[in-house]
Design a protein around this ligand. Structure first.
Ligand SMILES: NC(=O)c1ccc[n+]([C@@H]2O[C@H](COP(=O)([O-])OP(=O)(O)OC[C@H]3O[C@@H](n4cnc5c(N)ncnc54)[C@H](O)[C@@H]3O)[C@@H](O)[C@H]2O)c1
Length: 411
């Protein structure tokens, strides 16, 4: 408990976690009264796994029809979303489905989330950016993640790339949180090492960043009575701690050996726990700057977070000493709080390097001439900048970016 907290905790309506849980889905859908859905996925799952066919056939036997869309792509764009809307609506011939199922990583889940808004009317997805009207009722989403990382199955937002200006835009509302988040760790067994590492460090970033973010009592909710994100609280920190402990134990193991089932399960839990933290607390500078890095490099979401994480943590040593010492301890670093917290950034940078992700912005392909523009782009994401718990966010961002490029940690 923290006396000052203003808790506004939101989660998926149902969270199911179990090895093999996917087999329960058809009966659950019947129990929830659904009759006709759209399953959003990509061709890896339709061509190389039996999971789509197994679900569609089992659901059909229970009287539930499913239209499959397998055009999902990594980092979906607004253009892809609008094309998918048109294609699926043509297939549906004027009927409106009563649910959408997402099968895949964060990319497919985000595309499906956006389709929950666009499928009923065919409106372009960009018309939903910003605050949704009161009482909005997107189609119910059932999210089945196949990576252990993004936690999109528990969050209120979908991130899409806008090809017109190469920025990421978000459609965001608590009504977009899934009705069912079904986490079946067995679905991650086929993840290649690169996807495992990038998604896994994304989960660690979500947990750590939300653990040290602005307090709920200081968070600017912009007058909303139903904010998607509202700062850290005792509730979110509970989940963040456990997510960090699980990442410390299992992230590298899952990367080194994808057949290590205990590590796969550990990371599946880490991912959803991290999402139950950041999905209400929100994020700040790592993601804010990572979006700008992705705008230039087009590298994966997880790897752009990874390269920034150690340097942002380094910048918080004075304001979040106790919390960083706690994180350090979860990674096996003991000692007095200030010393343990001081050792954490370098430890994280070593972890990033061991996951074969470049550990500074220079090695990541950013030139010195791009640093100022990148800092400006990062600062422009106001909701993330405002949640960074330091007094002068602009100066802090500039310093972090410079030090991340030089690979400099410590004093
Ligand atoms: N909405 C949110 O809250 C949120 C949060 C974080 C990230 N994101 C978004 O999530 C996306 C990244 O998602 P991701 O890291 O899960 O990767 P991804 O969904 O982009 O998938 C990457 C690749 O891995 C493949 N893949 C996924 N699962 C697999 C499996 N089990 N076996 C084999 N291949 C598999 C996919 O087919 C794809 O080719 C980014 O677009 C990011 O913006 C959204």
């Amino acid at each position: 408990m923290r006396m000052d907290d203003l808790v506004h905790f939101c989660a998926p309506a149902r969270l199911i976690i179990a090895g093999g849980a996917r087999s329960q889905l058809p009966a659950l859908m019947q129990r929830l009264g659904y009759r006709h859905g759209v399953l959003v996925t990509d061709t890896f799952f339709t061509r190389h796994t039996p999971w789509v066919r197994e679900y569609v056939d089992a659901a059909a036997q229970l009287g539930i029809a499913t239209t499959v869309y397998d055009g999902g792509l990594p980092d979906p764009t607004t253009t892809l979303c609008d094309a998918a809307t048109a294609e699926v609506r043509t297939q549906l011939r004027g009927t409106v489905p009563d649910h959408v199922i997402a099968l895949g990583g964060g990319s497919n889940i985000d595309l499906a989330k956006a389709l929950c808004l666009t499928l009923p009317t065919g409106a372009p997805v960009k018309s939903f950016v910003g605050v949704l009207p009161d009482g909005s009722r997107p189609l119910p989403l059932i999210a089945v993640p196949t990576t252990a990382g993004t936690g999109s199955e528990a969050t209120p937002g979908a991130i899409l790339l806008d090809p017109e200006n190469a920025t990421k835009i978000a459609v965001m509302d608590n009504s977009l949180r899934p009705q069912v988040a079904l986490v079946d760790p067995e679905l991650t067994y086929t993840c290649p090492p690169r996807v495992t590492a990038d998604a896994g460090i994304d989960a660690l970033t979500h947990a750590l960043e939300s653990f040290v973010t602005l307090d709920s009592s200081a968070f600017d909710r912009e007058g909303s009575v139903d904010p998607g994100y509202s700062g850290r609280s005792a509730v979110t920190m509970l989940f963040a701690r456990e997510a960090i402990r699980l990442c410390a134990a299992y992230l590298e193991r899952a990367y080194r050996d994808g057949s290590d089932h205990e590590a796969r399960h550990g990371m599946a839990y880490a991912s959803i726990y991290a999402a139950l933290s950041y999905g209400s607390a929100g994020l700040n500078a790592v993601h804010g700057i990572a979006y700008a890095v992705a705008g230039i490099t087009h590298k994966s979401h997880g790897s752009t977070n990874a390269v920034m994480l150690p340097y942002v943590v380094d910048a918080l040593r004075a304001t979040r000493t106790a919390e960083l010492a706690e994180v350090a301890q979860l990674f096996g670093i003991d000692g007095p709080p200030a010393q343990a917290a001081a050792r954490l950034p370098a430890m994280l940078r070593d972890l990033v390097a061991r996951l074969d992700i470049p550990a500074d912005l220079n090695a990541f392909g950013i030139t010195e001439a791009q640093l100022d523009g990148m800092t400006c782009d990062a600062l422009a994401v106001a909701r993330l900048r405002k949640a960074f718990p330091v007094a002068d966010g602009a100066a802090a961002y500039a310093r972090i970016v410079r030090r991340a490029w030089e690979g400099r940690i410590g004093d």
